[in-house]
Design a protein around this ligand. Structure first.
Ligand code: A3P
Length: 345
């Protein structure tokens, strides 16, 4: 009986002992695994070292937060002072070309944390009445920004208005100038489509594009038609070059901004001496719109207004060819000046 009890006790001790050894072995193994998964160093030291020129991430948040409130006029003077916010004159201007994709370019550049856009077209330099109001009026139209950010405005009329280059030069002779261009005939048709839509909205009739673009007496291209004249890019650029060296301009390919915006935006980032911050994450193709749209962050994204990306009316192919032939020599000169070639006919 006693022998039987001792054997039972030995058995229990053996089981308990095995369990204890098993647990110890498990813990050793587990701690080892955890050790491997979690580095011992404190959390902070595992963060990548901050690049000195890096724009604080807060800036981007403010763009959707405080700066947005400021734009709506909801922020207090105290907040402006506290955050060291200022209204700065633009350090870069999108001067044109109308219907080249100026709005898309501005909105896309605004994805960059170091860029702040003036939402409205200010028309300071091309409108005599506005210009007479003075530079402080112009500055007052600019959005609030942090001192390290750059403000950009766009007024496409600047490109074709004679007095503008001299006026901008007087404000800042080292300003950076952005011009976005599209294939000239397409741009002219886009220009026509916008005007046509305006007329239709007012229940007004309007000529067909062919009638405006071709002089019925000579059967030649009508160079008096504004949509044609605006597309002679070299003529306008030459006026600008009387004031600014060609290095101060960057020409954006508006056709490529539609199909491959990131590549064009990265070229602009480089021109503006900005660190590359706009990424593929910020741009997504919206099949319904047929265009790229903008993603600022996980909650905020937007496409351009419906007035951008209109359906163009069909144009007589012989008129298209005539226009393309007309623009060809001007395009060649344009390429020569800017040192960049486009796939235009
Ligand atoms: P269309 O309406 O002829 O298609 P702007 O802003 O200078 O007026 O230019 C308008 C043009 O921007 C549009 O011309 C459109 O093709 C072009 N565009 C470029 N990227 C765009 C985008 N992501 N969304 C909408 N339109 C865009």
């Amino acid at each position: 009986m006693l022998f039987k009890q001792q054997a039972l006790l030995r058995q229990k001790l053996f089981v308990l002992g095995s369990l204890a050894i098993g647990s110890v072995l498990y813990l050793v193994a587990r701690v080892g695994t955890l050790d491997r998964l979690q580095p011992i160093c404190p959390i902070e030291s595992r963060l990548p070292p901050a690049e000195p020129e890096q724009i604080p991430i807060r800036t981007l948040q403010y763009k959707r937060g405080l700066l947005h409130e400021l734009r709506k006029g909801n922020a207090t003077k105290e907040q402006i002072r506290l955050h060291n916010l200022v209204q700065q004159l633009p350090r870069a201007i999108i001067i044109g070309v109308r219907k080249g994709g100026t709005r898309a370019l501005l909105e896309m550049l605004n994805l960059h944390p170091a860029v702040v856009k003036a939402s409205q077209e200010i028309h300071f330099f091309d409108n005599d009445q506005n210009y007479a109001r003075g530079i402080d009026w112009y500055r007052g139209k600019m959005p609030f920004s942090f001192p390290h950010q750059i403000t950009i405005e766009k007024s496409p009329a600047y490109f074709i208005t004679e007095v503008v280059p001299e006026r901008i030069f007087k404000m800042n002779s080292s300003i950076k100038l952005l011009i976005i261009v599209r294939e000239p005939t397409t741009r002219a048709v886009s220009d026509y489509t916008q005007v046509l839509e305006g007329k239709e909205r007012k229940n007004k009739t309007y000529h067909k594009f062919e009638k405006l673009a071709i002089d019925t007496n000579t059967c030649e291209v009508n160079t008096k038609y504004k949509a044609v004249r605006t597309s002679i890019y070299t003529k306008h650029l030459e006026r600008w070059l009387k004031y600014f060296p060609v290095e101060q301009f960057h020409i954006v390919d508006g056709d490529r901004l539609i199909t491959d915006p990131l590549t064009e935006l990265q070229l602009v980032e480089r021109f503006l001496n900005l660190p590359s911050r706009i990424s593929q994450y910020n741009l997504y193709f919206n099949a319904t719109r047929g265009f790229y749209c903008l993603r600022f962050n996980i909650v905020f994204n937007k496409c351009l207004a419906g007035s951008k990306g209109r359906i163009h009316p069909e144009v007589d192919p012989s008129v298209v060819t005539k226009l393309q032939r007309f623009f060809h020599p001007f395009n060649q000169k344009f390429y020569q000046i800017i040192g960049r070639t486009f796939n235009w006919p």
